[in-house]
Each structure stands twice: as structure tokens, then as C-alpha cells.
Design a protein around this ligand. Structure first.
Ligand code: NAD
Ligand code: UDP
Length: 337
């Protein structure tokens, strides 16, 4: 298949790109490079055995330039990663998030309709489940996004459902990611946050590298075994595999399909810190601070649907995630990225 990857030079898109190439697909990446670098394309090609990914720099908010790429290639499927993803920023700049994430998605669907592209896989998020304490989250659990970023994901999911209802021959696959971490084993691609990271793993890595003095652990009095928040961390390579399996499974289908992609295992902040220290042999200085506003105590996936329907079995352990994140960081410094 020829697959269009919007946001394909980003963290998750680049890993999915490798997986698609390894499965024999052709890939075209469309990205405005607002949160990624062009050098990723060369490194993807290197990992995937000197393949040649096509890259087009474009912004999904610019419908005319998006149409050009649909005019140029006859896509069999689209995987839609492009969007902004910082929860905190979305609270202060909601319109920026609605415009980029929602309008960008609408433009994409318009182009798909016009150019007769019938399959789309969309990057949604566990944030759509919101603050519920009823864990694990199932695909049918109530949705209650509590910040503008999460609401963009919720609205896009709704738009996709309406789009599919109106276009019965279309296949929509919504993948709700839990907490993606880790990096490709080659050390050539990984998460490359600009500035001070907000998420736990990149922050731990920055402390390990001496770029930040210590990790603040947000809250120590949650009703969890050690008092710190529990999340479902999933290796980005396993996440990437979920995408190719979903496309393969549903390539002849029409309808709207939703899958949680998480390991179904709750890991606390302290567990993560200790595992990182152990596998990498580096001390992570930390202190406890106030709870972070909007955090829920526990979030993890019910993932039996992805297991049973897609045959998806995440194989990487927490140790792998910690090892691969650190390897990628060190390598990215060596490569002077
Ligand atoms: P990322 O920022 O690394 O990748 C997103 C890519 O989209 C970037 O390369 C960016 O340049 C590009 N982009 C943004 N707006 C664009 C636009 N208007 N036109 C063209 N390109 C644009 O993020 P990621 O971690 O790879 O996330 C990919 C998707 O998965 C996002 O939609 C995100 O919301 C979703 N998601 C991510 C996580 C996570 O923790 N990383 C969790 C759940 C869901
Ligand atoms: N966290 C933390 N310190 C940090 C960053 C995150 O204690 O500097 C905690 C955060 O409170 C949450 C967990 O780590 O419980 C995962 O946070 P992240 O932002 O990575 O993911 P999300 O909250 O979106 O699930």
C-alpha cells in the first residue's frame, strides 16, 4: 500500500514509518516540521535498509498544499499523527490547539473524500477518558476529556465517526495511546522534545544527563501502593506495531474501529525512577512536590480487544523502555541533533 503519514517525522510517526517500510509498504510523509527535524527522514531510511521515504513539507491547515500531495500520489491509506500535544499549553492557547488539531483533521478528511482515499488510522489518546477512577479504561468507557488537548482528540474522534456514517465505505481506526516511551533499538530515532520536557520519561532522561538538577515527583499521597501516580507506559516500537496490525486487519473493512494501545500494566512514578536507575546504573535525584493539577491517580488500559482482534502483544518491558530511552538520548547527543 502507499500510506500517507501526517506528522510522520515526529516521535510516534517516525517509528510507525519504520514499521510500515519493514512490512513492505511505501510511505509518504507530510509534516510542517513544527516539532520535528528533516534529518529524521534520512535516519528512517537508514534503519529500514536504505529505503526511500518521500517527504513533503506542508501544513495541514493549508488545504491547497495538502491537496497537492493527494494529487501527486494515489494513497491507499492515511495515518494521521500531525497535531500539537502539550496539555499545559492547550489550556493557555486553546484556539491554537483547535485550529491545528481539529481544522487540520477536517482538511485531511476533505482531501481524502475528494481523492477517494478510504482508510484512515488516527492517533487518539487515553486523555479522552478524563478523570474517571473507574480503571482499567475500556474502549467503551465513558469519554470525558478535561483539557483542550484532550477535547481536540475527542472532537476529532466524533468527526471521524460522523465522516464514516456519511461515507459508509470508509474505514476509520481510532487508536488510543496510553503513555508512549522508549525509542528505536538502533538509537537513531526517538522522542526529541524542545526545551524543558513536561513528560516523565524525557524529564528523567534530562536529569540523568545533568540537564536538570532533580525530578519533581508530583504528589506522594495518592491512593496507590507507593503514593505516586500510576500510568500505563508502552514502548513506542510496540505502539508502532499496533498501527501496522490495525491497518492489515481492517484493510478490507468499512466501519469505525477503536482500540486501546497500552500494556494494561500500571507503573508508578517511583517504580519508573527505580527501574531507570537500575538498568542504566545512574542515580536520579528527586524530590516530592505538590500534585500537578489535572493528574489522575491511576490510568491504565484494558487492552484485550487489541490482543484478541489485532493479535497485538506488546513485548518490551519497562526495563527495555528505560534502556532504549537512555540509549537514544546519548546517541542523539553524539549525533549532535
Ligand atoms: P510529535 O510532536 O513528535 O509529532 C507530531 C508531528 O506532527 C510533528 O512532527 C509536527 O511537526 C507535526 N505537525 C504538527 N502540526 C502539524 C500541521 N499542522 N501540519 C503538518 N504537520 C504538523 O508528537 P508524537 O508524540 O509523535 O504524537 C503523534 C500523535 O500522537 C499526536 O497526534 C499526539 O497527539 C498523539 N499522541 C501522542 C502521545 C504521546 O505521549 N506522545 C500520547 C497520545 C497521543
Ligand atoms: N510526573 C512527575 N514529574 C514530572 C513529570 C511527570 O511526577 O516531571 C508524573 C505525572 O504526575 C504523572 C506521570 O508522571 O503521574 C506521567 O506524566 P506524563 O506527563 O508523562 O503523562 P500523563 O500525565 O499525560 O499520563
Amino acid at each position: 500500500m502507499i500510506v500517507l503519514l501526517t506528522g510522520g517525522t515526529g516521535y510516534i510517526g517516525s517509528h510507525v514509518c519504520v514499521e510500515l517500510l519493514n512490512s513492505g509498504h511505501d510511505v509518504v510523509i507530510a509534516d510542517n516540521l513544527s516539532n520535528s527535524k528533516i534529518g529524521v527522514v534520512e535516519r528512517i531510511n537508514k534503519i529500514a535498509g536504505n529505503s526511500s521515504v518521500v517527504f513533503r513539507k506542508l501544513d495541514l491547515r493549508d488545504y491547497e498544499s495538502l491537496e497537492l500531495v493527494f494529487h501527486e500520489f494515489q494513497f491507499d491509506a492515511v495515518m494521521h499523527f500531525a497535531g500539537y500535544k502539550a496539555v499545559g499549553e492547550s489550556v493557555y492557547c486553546p484556539l491554537k490547539y483547535y485550529e491545528n488539531n481539529v481544522q487540520g483533521s477536517i482538511n485531511l478528511l476533505k482531501a481524502m473524500l475528494k481523492y477517494n482515499v478510504k482508510r484512515i488510522v488516527f492517533s487518539s489518546s487515553a486523555t479522552v477518558y478524563g478523570m474517571s477512577e473507574d480503571v482499567p479504561f475500556h474502549e467503551y468507557s465513558p469519554l470525558n476529556a478535561v483539557n483542550p488537548y484532550g477535547r481536540t482528540k475527542f472532537f476529532i474522534e466524533e468527526i471521524l465517526r460522523d465522516f464514516q456514517t456519511a461515507n459508509k465505505d470508509v474505514m476509520v481506526c481510532i487508536l488510543r495511546y496510553f503513555n508512549p516511551v522508549g525509542a528505536h533499538k538502533s538509537g537513531l530515532i526517538g522522542e526529541d522534545p524542545t526545551g524543558i520536557p513536561n513528560n516523565l520519561m524525557p524529564f528523567i532522561v534530562h536529569v540523568a544527563a545533568g540537564e536538570q538538577k532533580k525530578l519533581s515527583i508530583f504528589g506522594s499521597d495518592y491512593s496507590t501502593p507507593d503514593g505516586t501516580c500510576v500510568r500505563d507506559y508502552i514502548h513506542v516500537a510496540d505502539l508502532a506495531l499496533g498501527h501496522t496490525l490495525a491497518l492489515e486487519k481492517h484493510k478490507q473493512d468499512s466501519g469505525c474501529f477503536v482500540y486501546n494501545l497500552g500494556r494494561g500494566k500500571g507503573i508508578s512514578v517511583l517504580q519508573m525512577v527505580r527501574t531507570f536507575q537500575k538498568v542504566n546504573g545512574i542515580m536520579i535525584d528527586y524530590e516530592f512536590s505538590e500534585r500537578r493539577e489535572g493528574d489522575i491517580a491511576v490510568s491504565y488500559a484494558a487492552n484485550t480487544k487489541a490482543y484478541s482482534v489485532l493479535g497485538w502483544k506488546p513485548e518490551n518491558t519497562l526495563e527495555d523502555m528505560c534502556r532504549d530511552s537512555w540509549r537514544w538520548y546519548k546517541n542523539s547527543k553524539l549525533m549532535k541533533l
